[in-house]
Design a protein around this ligand. Structure first.
Ligand code: SAH
Ligand code: SF4
Length: 361
């Protein structure tokens, strides 16, 4: 029940949750209650464009309609438990869900815009050996409302009401294993009448779940895709990402080649550099061969350490040398020095339940 919650128990009744519903769905709901269809349009505007936190804010709705909404529906916001601000300005938000579970989002300040990194599942079942979310195990799916609420609450409580310019699905969880909730969320995020965040500024990151990559391609939403590659051969990849046994490199890269990219768009490959494990010159050269001919760019992420995990962050020199080999072969390669390390908000550090315990929340 909790994993597919689109209604809220209310006495003997179930109240429909509004966040995540399309205009057509809201229209059906509103007209069934006897209100005119234009009310659905207003409601849609309040939910997504204005990010209303409650019905009282929706002041241009007729009072009796608002009372009806209040009594019979629920917006579906989660609650913000804490915000921790890093010395570099990154803000990590800890959210509490209706069943008391917790997830995190990270608001990252870039040159002159904000990127929000959102969660798509509570925990993660994929079990990558270098990732704290994976280490904590899987708890449950997030609903569309829970996914969207992170963006609205981050805007309202941590960014002066402004939606971030970019949204990346790189927080907790594997979005391709929760596409039933993620796809409607992506539609609301990119809908010009909805949250109106440009599709080209939205990125879904995956450990390489093939059926999900295909389904996202078919949905044709124009969002970007990032693949967590993290190794240049099957042996190493399977060691650190057991999912590679199910979706090995060759099949993964064929799916990438088949992914419908918009004009001038490229697939991003993320590569977490683990000292002594996947960061040698020969790994870099194998990567060059593997990605040959693919329209792509590379993001190197020096591993963010955690004392529970048995890996090493490579030296600065090693990272630069690895990058140089790829640059010499004309790849676009950036090094992502994670922000928010001091508040446990960097890539792979999100593990909501532990953060909650530390915060005493
Ligand atoms: N499940 C998705 C999205 C969340 S993980 C995925 O795996 O792509 C987002 C990114 O963080 C992935 O590229 C992952 O490889 C990276 N990551 C995980 N743990 C990390 C760590 N400790 N240090 C640096 N990057 C890490
Ligand atoms: Fe899950 Fe991504 Fe972490 Fe792997 S890297 S365990 S897929 S969150």
């Amino acid at each position: 029940m909790s994993s597919t919650r689109t209604t809220e128990a209310c006495g003997a009744q179930e109240r429909p949750i509004l966040l995540g519903r399309s205009l057509a769905e809201l229209t059906a709901l509103v007209t069934a209650a006897g209100a005119p269809p234009f009310r659905a349009k207003q409601l849609h505007h309040w939910l997504y464009r204005r990010g209303a936190l409650n019905f009282a804010e929706m002041h241009n709705l007729a009072r009796d309609f608002r009372a009806w909404l209040e009594a019979h529906t629920e917006i579906g916001h989660i609650s913000l438990a804490t915000i921790r601000e890093s010395a570099d300005g990154t803000r990590k938000l800890l959210f509490r869900l209706h069943d008391n579970r917790t997830v995190e989002s990270v608001l990252i300040r870039e040159r002159n815009w904000w990127t929000l990194c959102v969660s798509s599942q509570v925990g993660c079942a994929v079990d990558c050996k270098f990732c704290m979310t994976g280490f904590g195990g899987y708890q449950r799916q997030m609903t569309t409302a829970e996914i969207l609420s992170q963006i609205i609450l981050a805007a309202r409580h941590a960014n002066g009401g402004e939606y971030p310019r970019n949204v990346v699905f790189m927080g907790m969880g594997e979005p391709m294993l929760n596409l039933d909730a993620v796809l409607p969320a992506l539609r609301a995020i990119t809908d010009p009448d909805g949250m109106a965040i440009a599709a080209r500024r939205v990125t879904v990151s995956t450990a390489g779940i093939l059926p999900g990559i295909e389904r996202l391609g078919e949905a044709d939403l124009g969002v970007n895709i990032a693949i967590s590659l993290n190794a240049s051969n099957d042996r190493t990849r399977t060691e650190i990402m057991p999912i590679n046994k199910v979706y090995p490199l060759e099949r993964l890269l064929s799916a990438c080649r088949a992914f419908p990219l918009q004009r001038r768009k490229r697939i991003t490959f993320e590569y977490v550099l683990l000292g002594g494990l996947n960061d040698s010159d020969s790994d870099a050269r194998a990567l060059v061969r593997l990605l040959h001919g693919l329209r792509c760019k590379l993001n190197l992420i020096p591993w963010n350490p955690d004392p529970h995990l048995p890996f090493k962050r490579p030296s600065e020199d090693r990272v630069r040398r690895f990058q140089q080999i790829l640059l010499d072969h004309h790849f676009t390669v950036s090094i992502r020095y994670s922000k928010g390390l001091d508040v446990g908000g960097a890539c792979g550090q999100l593990a909501g339940h532990w953060a909650a315990a530390q915060a005493g929340a």
